[in-house]
Design a protein around this ligand. Structure first.
Ligand code: ZN
Length: 215
C-alpha cells in the first residue's frame, strides 16, 4: 500500500464510523456523552499494540487515557517548563475527580529497550527519547524484581518503570493527600502482548500477580 493509500485507510475508517453511528434516529449524544465523567485515568505506553480502550473494553467517556514512551510519570517538579503529564494529572484528578489511576506497562517496550541501549551507549542531550527514558536511571534498584535474576532485564525494567511512576505519582502533594484520605487509588499493571496476560502490582508484597481468567 502506498502512502496515500495508507492515509486513505484513516478516512475510510472514519466514514465507516459515521455510517455505523448515524442510524436514522441516532444522535452524537448516543455515541459520545455530552459531559465526561471518567472513573479511570490510564497512563500507558505509546506503543501501537497497547490500546487500553481495546484491552479493557471501555467506551468513550469512561477512561481518560494518557500515553507516552514507556508510560513514565516524571517526579513532581514545579520548575519544569513543560509538563504534559502533570497537566493531564491535574485535569483528570482535580478537574474530573477521577478515583482510579492506572500505570500500564507492557512486554517488549521499545522505550525500555532504548533505555537499556542508551545505558550502554551513553545518553545524548540532543536525544529526546534518551533524556526521557533517562528518568528511569534510579528505577531498577528500587523495582519489584531486583532480586529476580531469572527474569530478563528488559522485563525487570518494564516492571520497575511502573513502580517508579507510581512512586512519582505520590510525589504530587494533592495525589498523596487524596490517596491517604482514600479518595484516590493508584494501580500498576503490566500487559504481555505475546500471551495477553495482565499482571497487577501488589504494593504490600511488592510483586506483580497475574489476573486469573476463569476457564
Ligand atoms: Zn512501550
Amino acid at each position: 500500500m502506498d502512502e496515500v493509500g495508507e492515509f486513505e485507510k484513516l478516512l475510510r475508517g472514519y466514514r465507516d464510523f459515521r455510517k455505523k453511528s448515524s442510524g436514522e434516529h441516532s444522535t452524537s449524544r448516543q455515541i459520545l456523552p455530552e459531559i465526561q465523567s471518567p472513573a479511570f485515568m490510564i497512563i500507558s505506553c505509546s506503543d501501537s499494540r497497547v490500546v487500553p480502550e481495546f484491552i479493557f473494553g471501555t467506551s468513550p467517556g469512561e477512561a481518560l487515557v494518557l500515553r507516552n514512551v514507556a508510560n513514565i510519570v516524571p517526579p513532581y517538579d514545579t520548575d519544569a517548563p513543560y509538563q504534559g503529564v502533570a497537566a493531564a494529572l491535574e485535569f483528570g484528578i482535580l478537574a474530573l475527580s477521577i478515583k482510579h489511576v492506572v500505570i500500564m506497562g507492557h512486554h517488549g517496550c521499545g522505550g525500555i529497550t532504548a533505555y537499556l541501549q542508551k545505558e550502554r551507549e551513553g545518553l545524548s542531550q540532543d536525544d529526546a527519547i534518551g533524556k526521557w527514558v533517562g528518568l528511569l536511571a534510579d528505577a531498577e534498584q528500587h523495582g519489584p524484581d531486583k532480586d529476580k535474576t531469572d527474569l530478563p532485564r528488559q522485563t525487570r525494567m518494564e516492571h520497575a518503570a511502573i513502580t517508579y511512576s507510581l512512586e512519582n505519582l505520590r510525589s504530587f502533594p494533592y495525589i498523596a493527600k487524596k490517596e491517604k484520605a482514600g479518595d484516590l487509588h493508584l494501580h500498576g499493571m503490566w500487559f504481555d502482548i505475546r500471551t495477553l496476560d495482565l499482571l497487577v502490582y501488589n504494593k504490600h508484597e511488592n510483586i506483580f500477580y497475574p489476573v486469573i481468567i476463569a476457564p
